[in-house]
Design a protein around this ligand. Structure first.
Ligand code: ATP
Ligand code: SF4
Ligand code: MG
Length: 321
């Protein structure tokens, strides 16, 4: 990995439980790094805390505890300590693309104005200079500068997602967090947008934290993969190593649950259906979070919490790894 552009250390985020007393522990002690120009995929089933982790990193919701350091061109920025203007300015270096670009685009704002908005907000360009940069960004995302005068409702889903990406790239961030950013696109558009992101990574040395539940996307884009379960990272490793020889029982179950397109291979494969449900995040177990579903669980798994530790170049949180 190259020098980290984002360092997350022991991050915790909780919410008051909806409609009840109690606390939802959505992120529980996550530590990870993303290198400059590196793509890290964050995977795990629905509700495991992926979006919460992104929200906490972006400081859209203040974490309960933990450090988040962003390496800006003029030095490291401790996001967890910043407030007000300092935090607003720091955001320039870390942008986000959400799943639904329609929800994040103002319907009354033209595409050109939407992409120019961060340039204005961060004081980077105005007037003719801003229009020039917007045209270039729209070209970069493969839309062409002519769409600048169009409005979000005139565009297709894929085009809107590209506008979202152009907008995120406008302030020249070091890292972009993408939360299911290609999930709503059909297969061919998804491939186009993924290729675009890979080009941008190459051309701009852009780092990405890519949240997805789609393993085909992981295969296409990730350098490393982080597997999340019940608010914790259970395995982090290089893509090919992790996909070829997953070490954590949950990663194995997750990979086995993916349908194999080739029936000949499917036949010879033991499909471990992932039985049961994760425990409630309001009463997180004392031991391993995966123990109640794990085919290998033994006594200590229910009392001792495993920690992420290195195993042959991969980090795994399992007593038996
Ligand atoms: N605003 C909130 N208030 C209370 N609980 C919340 C809130 N937002 C999320 N949660 C809970 O926090 C946990 C983690 O949610 P999160 O949205 O981070 O999961 P996720 O991994 O992004 O899931 P998905 O793949 O479905 O997007 C879930 O139990 C969820 O119900
Ligand atoms: S620590 Fe125990 S329960 Fe948890 S994944 Fe490993 S074997 Fe399974
Ligand atoms: Mg989510």
């Amino acid at each position: 990995m190259t020098a980290p552009v984002l360092t997350i250390h022991d991050l915790h985020l909780s919410y008051p439980a909806r409609g009840a007393t109690g606390t939802v522990h959505a992120v529980r002690g996550v530590s990870m790094e993303v290198g400059a120009g590196e793509v890290v995929a964050l995977v795990g089933e629905s509700g495991c805390g992926k979006s919460s982790l992104a929200r906490a990193v972006l400081q859209l919701r203040r974490p309960d505890a933990g450090r988040i350091v962003l390496e800006a061109p003029d030095g490291p920025l401790p996001l967890h300590e910043l407030t007000g203007n300092a935090l607003r300015h720091a955001r320039r270096w870390m942008q986000v693309v959400f799943q639904d670009p329609y929800a994040s685009l103002d319907p009354r704002m033209s595409v050109g104005d939407a992409v120019a908005e961060p340039l204005r907000a961060f004081g980077l360009a105005r007037g003719a200079e801003s229009r020039k940069r917007v045209a270039k960004l729209l070209e970069q995302v493969g839309l062409g500068s002519a769409v600048a005068s169009r409005f979000p409702h005139e565009l297709s889903g894929g085009q809107r997602q590209r506008v979202g990406i152009a907008r995120a790239l406008a302030p020249e961030p070091r890292i972009v967090l993408l939360d299911e950013a290609v999930s709503a696109l059909d297969v061919s558009l998804r491939a186009q947008v993924l290729n675009l992101l890979l080009d941008l990574r190459r051309d701009l040395d852009l780092a990405m934290l890519f949240i997805t539940h789609d393993l085909a996307v992981v295969r296409a884009i990730a350098d490393r993969v982080a597997v999340m379960y019940l608010g914790e990272l259970v395995e982090v490793g290089f893509r090919d190593t992790l996909l070829r020889s997953p070490r954590h029982p949950y990663t194995r179950a997750l990979l086995d649950a993916v349908p194999v397109p080739d029936p000949a291979r499917q036949a010879g494969r033991t499909l471990v259906a992932l039985g049961g449900e994760p425990p409630s995040q309001e009463s997180v177990p004392r031991g391993c979070g995966f123990a109640n579903r794990c085919p290998l669980a033994e006594e200590r798994c229910f009392s001792e919490r495993p920690r992420l530790r290195p195993v042959d170049g991969t980090a795994v949180s399992c007593h038996l790894a």
